[in-house]
Design a protein. Structure first.
Length: 133
């Protein structure tokens, strides 16, 4: 599937227009006649994360990286640079959106605690949590 266009009304997403694709000679090609629209009030993009880009922000900030090349973080999702927090693929590596959402909520609690000295926000996950098998 390839998304062609996001549909919206007054700045809010209402859906998307897409079509099917096939792989041909190493490239995706549109399958003619397969256009369709999906209603939506939220669209999450999964882009095939392969790792944090080091040049630029990560290098400029000087955050420490793990052996796997992800941004290192503590139990509160704070990096080696005070006041800089990380969640989702940047800290965990390529993973599912549900992990990123849970980590985002937990990181928000870490930010709240950092700024306010305490937090009542939920912390649904720890940075070291792994899927149960």
């Amino acid at each position: 599937m390839n998304t062609e266009k996001f549909l919206g009304n007054e700045g809010k997403v209402t859906g998307l227009r897409a079509h099917e694709v096939v792989m041909s000679d190493g490239k995706f090609e549109k399958v003619e006649g397969t256009d369709f629209e999906l209603d939506a009030d939220l669209v999450l993009l999964a882009m095939g994360f392969v790792g944090p880009e080091r040049p630029g922000l990560l290098t400029d900030l000087g955050v420490e990286l793990t052996d796997r090349g992800n941004v290192a973080r503590g139990d509160d999702f704070q990096t080696s640079v005070p006041g800089v927090f990380v969640a989702g693929d940047m800290g965990r590596g390529q993973s599912l959106i549900v992990w990123a959402i849970a980590e985002g909520r937990a990181a928000a609690a870490g930010v709240d605690r950092y700024l306010m000295g305490h937090s009542a926000l939920p912390r649904p996950i720890k940075p070291t949590a792994a899927p149960q098998r």
